[in-house]
Ligand binder design. Structure first.
Ligand code: FES
Length: 528
């Protein structure tokens, strides 16, 4: 797994493991922007809180994003208006604007040194036919109270024919921000634990959570701030499309003015400087693919590098990594009470605007847990009825999951024991008729694992460039030795001894195409 550029300055795990039983008002699973922001807001509202992070703070997706803070949403406002009404589209923009203000206020109030800076954002097009669409979007954003205007081209690009300029957007360093939030949570009496994986949660009065150290947490409420809800839950996962977004850091001679930049291509590209102090180091991302479906991830990075070189004078590509994001089928995140539970709350489906929506989610959940009214609750409710327009995408996405569940079991794999695997590489292979995930570590030791994702049993795929096992169904991601990195799985890939008696060949296994979509009891999450 490649480290993002944000890890350069915030590397060490600085918070303890949870080694004893604990009772709090709110247990928050996940130490990303949603979890830590919610923790601070709830702590300040008088709730006792504990944040339980399986790895290091930000190791999910917060630490892998490009950290755009913007109200310019991935979905066109015209599309959101057709699904949620003009008022719904306006409220989505307002909630994001409020979230950026909240981040700015927290940075100022806590005195955080996290490079927060207001900058303009530009959505540009290189296609003349899309200019009327930009004009329409400018009108809609303007009506939602955003200071935006259309301009011809961009200062740095001769290819851009038009752009929207959004004023008062922002950049920051996401991991420095998280560390600042975590320090505030603990200074104000809350708990933050790292290397503490939740292995089971139960809804109830109180809710109970088991963690990897053997400790138990009891809480009145549980927040699943894990980007995608963890556990054997499949209802919300069927309404999320996981994508992998590819990111590189390019050192250029001709950086654009400080700002956020994203185009109208499909998939789109996004650009920002690593920091105001290093405008020559650009974070350039995009080339998104369906997570776990792309077999040639090197080509994605190559396309991204070509995009960069055709628009900037690139001296060097200094870094690259990828991150998983989740597209909701109807275009807006799901934030609120997890359907089928009383005291479990969820926030997911942020598209490419994760840090902004993550803050929206934290604010909304903090209000809901306190029993306060919140004008965004119905808009983002996970129980909302899907608009008809989103139904087709829902069906297509789930047909794709069901197909992969079956097809990947039947797909051929070379029959060998990984003798030819070079250090640092992995692959699927068939050993004694059993499909295995094989990885040879840099010391030459071979690791064998079951390739069945521990969420709902899809077959993981080896991502050679990022050195991860990626699940094609709901966004699960594991490190080379099978440890969960991100997504809904709660358990690591099961290690297998190569000398073990061969299990029945997957080709002969019961074809249970419907299993990923099986309605699970939605009151419990446990190791799959
Ligand atoms: Fe659901 Fe892997 S993430 S089966």
């Amino acid at each position: 797994m490649q480290e993002s550029v944000w890890r350069d300055e915030v590397a060490a795990a600085g918070h303890p493991r949870l080694e004893r039983n604990l009772d709090v008002d709110v247990a928050i699973v996940g130490g990303g922007i949603t979890g830590l922001t919610a923790a601070l807001l709830l702590q300040r509202a008088g709730k006792s809180v504990a944040v339980l992070e399986a790895r290091r703070l930000g190791d999910g997706t917060t630490g892998g994003t490009s950290a755009h803070l913007t109200v310019a949403l991935d979905q066109p406002l015209s599309t959101l208006a057709s699904r949620f009404g003009e008022d719904g589209a306006r409220r989505a923009v307002e909630s994001c604007r409020g979230a950026i203000d909240t981040i700015g206020e927290l940075c100022a109030g806590l005195g955080l040194d996290c490079d927060f800076q207001r900058v303009p954002a530009f959505r540009w097009t290189e296609t003349p036919a899309k200019v009327p669409h930009l004009d329409e979007e400018a009108r809609r954003y303007g009506e939602a109270g955003v200071l935006v205007h259309r301009q011809d081209g961009l200062p740095y690009s001769s290819l851009a024919v038009a752009a929207l300029r959004f004023e008062h957007q922002a950049v920051f360093h996401p991991l420095k921000y998280l560390e600042g939030l975590a320090a505030a949570v603990t200074a104000e009496g809350g708990h933050v634990f790292e290397r503490t994986r939740v292995t089971r949660w139960d809804d109830g009065r109180p809710c109970r959570l088991s963690v990897s150290t053997g400790a138990t947490v009891t809480a009145n409420d549980v927040v699943l701030a894990t980007h995608s809800p963890i556990g054997l839950l499949v209802s919300l996962h069927t309404r999320l499309e996981p994508l992998t977004s590819y990111i590189l850091v390019a050192r250029v001679d001709d950086p654009p003015p400080l700002g956020l930049y994203f185009d109208t291509a499909a998939p789109y590209h996004y650009i920002r400087a690593v920091s105001p102090a290093r405008p020559d180091l650009l974070v350039i991302g995009g080339a998104d693919t369906k997570h776990g479906h792309e077999t040639d991830t090197a080509a994605c990075y190559t396309r991204l590098a070509e995009f960069a070189r055709s628009r900037f004078s690139v001296r060097a590509i200094e870094r690259r990594w990828s991150a998983v994001l989740f597209e909701p089928v109807d275009g807006l995140p799901f934030i609120g009470r997890l359907p089928g539970t009383q005291h479990v709350w969820v926030s997911t489906g942020y598209s490419g605007t994760g840090l902004t929506y993550g803050t929206v989610g934290a604010q909304l959940l903090a209000d809901l847990i306190q029993g306060h009214e919140n004008g965004w609750a119905d808009l983002y409710s996970p129980s909302r009825v899907k608009p008809v327009a989103a139904a087709r995408r829902f069906v297509v996405e789930n047909a794709s999951v069901a197909y992969r569940w079956v097809a990947d079991r039947l797909a051929p794999a070379p029959s060998d024991r990984g003798e030819d695997l070079p250090p640092g590489d992995g692959k699927l292979a068939r050993v004694k008729g059993k499909k295995l995930a094989l990885y040879r570590d840099p010391t030459g030791k071979l690791h064998a694992m079951s390739p069945k994702c521990t969420h709902a049993g899809c077959i993981v795929q080896w991502n050679r460039d990022d050195r991860t096992w990626d699940c094609p169904c709901h966004g699960g991601r594991f490190d080379p030795q099978g440890k969960v990195i991100a997504g809904p799985p709660m358990a690591d890939l099961r290690p297998v001894s190569l000398e073990e008696e061969a299990a029945p060949d997957e080709r002969e296994a019961r074809p249970a195409a419907a299993e990923p979509l099986r309605p699970e009891p939605e009151r419990r999450g446990e190791v799959g």
